[in-house]
Unconditional design. Sequence first.
Length: 318
Amino acid sequence: MAATLGENLFSEKRSQTHAFLGSTYDTRRKRTERYVMTLKTKKWYETRNALIFACVLSVVASVVAFAQIGLHLKHYSNGNHQRHILRIIFLVPIYALLSFAALMRPKHSLDLDTFRDCYESWVVYNFLALCFEYVGGPGNVQNNMQGKELPPSVWACARESQQVDGAYLRRSKQYALQFVFLKPFLSLISWIMHMRGQYGDSAIDFKRGYVYVLFVYNISYSFALYGLLMFYRGAYDLLKPHKPLAKFMLVKAVIFLTFWQGAFIALAVATGDVSSSEEGRATQDFLVCVEMVFASVFMHIAFPYYVYANRSGVSRFV
């Protein structure tokens, strides 16, 4: 009897153990299946690896930019130049961090991009102001370039000779400054239409506002780019000591090329090469995080601090 009772107890314990192990195995298997399904349903920009990579890139770009800002502040000897340079350099961390935040919160990406777009116009204004500081103001350009004629140029869209005078400089300034005022206004209009469900982000739909905003943006960007090009040609002799080519190329690449990059991504959304407008905007934000690393390095080349290091000045924040 005792042996039989012991065998029964052992058999019962063994059955309970098998049942427990079986239920544990089923639970783990279901969790694994749910995890695999989650990975399959996630978009590439929602995966942990993509977000970590974007985070690292945005932090690296910001650290490099803030290091340059610190060096300019340490050797702050020419406020007329350096206050504009500092505002231009701040473009890198603002672009990088806001783009990463947009990847983390896709539903708020348009809100974050609206602020980023407004800062673009501020950078264009400061870059134009910096160029005028380099040459001593519009009057100095007009006096020194009096009688100078620019030859026709295909790449400058000039079929006839152009004389560098007050009217020439005024046009170049107007072409650039229209972007400064129009960009924040269009960003605000886009945000309002988005909140009312009338924007249609990245959708080629003539019943939505995105197509018309993109069309106006394209004209505004083109005129602003042409205005900076006009000024570069007209004041090149005065700008030459300040090595203007790297500065012009960097600002054009960061602001203007990123816009056309976004326009091509929107076209890819419309043709179905990119699955949705959300993925299109996430692609743009991810690319900006990558590009800002290179921009932060080129900022050191285009706006070096050592130009002002040997002058007497006071370290300060602006």
